[in-house]
Write a protein that binds this ligand. Structure first.
Ligand code: MG
Length: 255
């Protein structure tokens, strides 16, 4: 395992890229409404990324071992879908759905990664609580990501906050980001304090808790990409790209 410590020049570009990504994802989130298809949201995402002179990082992305490349700019995962949902013309959002929007971009050769889960119209109290708690889990993880702490400290902080109220997805994790969309270290959303890779100032990582209302288990859909809960219950996902500093981490995917 080798982590990449970013140079001041790389950090400057990734900081700019992070702002662009946050702005783009915010615009996409504002388009979410009953009646829109996930394909339309994907097309809109592609168009506004292009206006920013950036490139969608997930479009045609094919990780090692994946049977096929991801065919869209943004991952849109609805309700019981956890992550990696493929946008479709036939997938029309409806009132009461919850939608995870996960987007990576490449800007001036460097990558950033960001996700939010948003309501479609009015949602149930239970689903709103899931969204609030998953967002909070991300904030707690970021607070633990101080220079000198470890990857285990991040996972431990998230796991302690969740405190068995939700299933924490274990097969998917945060990661280093910047030169590539996925770099070392691997950052699980559970773990032991003080264990694992030390966080060094200049590292850039994406933290991304995924919480399920029911069981933690996951299953892959027949489209080879979408990952869903095993019990059909709903899931939420939030993600920020952050810069490790001497003290508190700096959130880069922020407007
Ligand atoms: Mg990610």
């Amino acid at each position: 395992m080798s982590v990449i410590i970013k140079t001041p020049e790389q950090i400057k570009i990734i900081r700019e890229g992070g702002k662009i990504l946050a702005k783009v994802l915010d615009k996409v989130a504002k388009k979410v409404a009953p009646g829109i298809s996930t394909h339309d949201l994907d097309k809109y995402t592609f168009d506004i990324i292009k206006e920013e002179e950036a490139t969608p990082a997930f479009l045609n992305y094919r990780p090692e071992g994946a049977p096929k490349a991801f065919p869209a700019s943004i991952c849109i995962s609805v309700n019981n879908e956890i992550v990696h949902g493929i946008p479709l013309k036939t997938r029309i959002l409806k009132e009461g759905d919850i939608v995870s929007l996960d987007l990576g971009i490449k800007y001036k050769g460097l990558f950033t990664d960001h996700a939010v889960t948003v309501p479609v119209g009015t949602i149930s109290k239970k689903d709103q609580q899931l969204l609030n708690d998953t967002k909070k889990a991300l904030e707690i993880g970021i607070m633990a990501a101080c220079g000198g702490a470890t990857v285990g400290d991040i996972g431990h902080a998230i796991e302690s906050f969740v405190d068995k109220r939700y299933g924490i997805v274990r097969e998917l994790a945060g990661h280093g980001v910047g030169v590539k969309i996925h770099e070392d270290p691997y950052i699980p959303n559970y773990g032991k304090a003080g264990k694992g890779q030390k966080l060094i100032p200049g590292m850039i990582v994406a933290i991304e808790p995924m919480l399920n209302i029911g069981k933690a288990g996951i299953v892959s859909a027949s489209d080879d990409w979408t990952i869903k809960t095993t019990d059909g219950k709903r899931s939420a996902h939030f993600e920020h790209t952050i810069l490790i500093t001497e003290g508190e981490a700096e959130i880069l995917t922020k407007i």
